[in-house]
Ligand binder design. Structure first.
Ligand SMILES: Cc1cc2nc3c(=O)[nH]c(=O)nc-3n(C[C@H](O)[C@H](O)[C@H](O)COP(=O)(O)O)c2cc1C
Length: 352
């Protein structure tokens, strides 16, 4: 499998170019797993999914579905069209494991497993993504789960109630178009308005999750969160969203500035979300902390493990820490066939 080079997202090209150049669906045999997994009431063929980001549209969803991923998250969409930030959108970085205390990481000339992600959550106009989600659900096999990531778009003069209604509108549209579940992004370190780090505001998290849940009814609601530097807040966060959230997905990224020195910072000295290998340890630790807090409050909320996953061993560590399933973003972009290798390994070793 390693020898097979498949087309992939090109970080040198613009977001729009990659949107328009989704690879053709490959003819590849994917190993069947010896058992089934369950996630938010759905039976899935493996514990593998792609998180919000790499799947820019339906054709990207179909591509990764064919490469062994069973939960496909359609990239975060909005209630209005939004352009992408200028290049670079993906800046490789050189750093060890991050824990949220690093104020700066160094850029790297080559990809070593981690990068700063700087897209600013662009979105196609709603009539385009709604049609595309409908098409995507028709194309995907029935046993694949289509999750749609949405985010509210703050407008001048709005407060949290209006923002919550905007989230709810996007969620309703996603469900009407055929999404099997909705993921609300409560964390985007590249966005500097209050909609960027909603998960750190308990009242806002409660309000938005309630508005979304009441607009989508029984359809599963996933809340995507960022890194909690203070893990003491986790029980309070759960208390704020329990009853509305069916699952929480973590970790979005860990924010840091990027530059060789404090005087030569990229991205106009703003923080960007670091994704990939560098966030593995902190994300795993956070999954463990959430699983414990969920058990303590006897909640039914499930956890999606996400952050730095590259191998079957990584997946197993997340599952053992309490995740129901795992999502990946960076590694399948670098190596599109990694899902097949992980499946092969998991079935040979009949891990959970
Ligand atoms: C290219 C790219 C685009 C992303 N875009 C989004 C996005 O639109 N919405 C979102 O919630 N997360 C987004 N993310 C974050 C990922 O979903 C994921 O949380 C993060 O990359 C950590 O997983 P990883 O270490 O496997 O990359 C993006 C990540 C990447 C690499």
């Amino acid at each position: 499998m390693k020898s097979q080079r498949l087309p992939r997202y090109d970080p040198e090209q613009s977001y729009q170019w990659n949107y328009d150049h989704a690879p053709a669906v490959p003819q590849i045999t994917v190993p069947e797993m010896s058992r089934r997994w369950h996630f938010c009431g759905c039976e899935v063929g493996s514990p593998l999914g792609i998180s919000a980001g790499p799947l820019l549209n339906g054709r990207w969803c179909c591509y990764y579905a064919q490469l062994g991923f069973d939960v496909l998250t359609y990239k975060t969409v909005r209630s209005q069209q939004r352009d992408c930030y200028p290049l670079p959108n993906l800046q490789p970085v050189e750093c060890g494991q991050l824990d949220g205390t690093q104020s700066r990481v160094s850029p790297s000339t080559s990809m070593q497993g981690s990068w700063a992600v700087a897209f600013g959550m662009p979105s196609a106009a709603p009539d385009i993504w709604r049609r595309d989600i409908e098409w995507t659900r028709q194309q995907l096999p029935q046993n694949k789960v289509l999750s749609v990531s949405i985010v509210g778009t703050m407008q001048k003069g709005w407060g949290i109630t209006e923002l919550a209604a905007d989230y709810a509108q996007c969620a309703r549209w996603a469900i009407e178009s055929g999404a099997d579940c909705v993921e609300t992004n409560f964390s985007c370190p590249n966005v500097t308005t209050c909609d960027g780090q909603l998960y750190l505001d308990l009242r806002a998290s409660a309000l938005v999750s309630e508005a979304v849940k009441s607009s989508i009814g029984r359809t599963p609601l996933i809340i995507k969160v960022g890194h909690f530097v203070d893990q003491q807040v986790i029980p309070q966060f759960l208390s704020a969203v329990d009853g509305n959230a069916d699952a929480v997905s973590m970790t979005n990224s860990i924010a840091s500035r990027v530059g060789e020195t404090d005087n030569e910072l990229m991205f106009e000295s703003q923080q960007r979300g670091i994704c990939g290998r560098a966030i593995f340890d902190a994300s795993l630790e956070q999954v463990r902390a959430f699983a414990l807090a969920i058990e303590e409050r006897q909640s039914r909320i499930e956890v999606i493990g996400l952050g730095g996953i590259e191998t079957a061993k990584d997946v197993t560590r997340y599952l053992n820490a309490g995740a129901s399933i795992c999502h990946l973003a960076t590694h399948p972009m670098v190596d599109p066939t990694c899902g097949i290798e992980i499946r092969e390994h998991l079935s040979q070793h009949s891990m959970r």
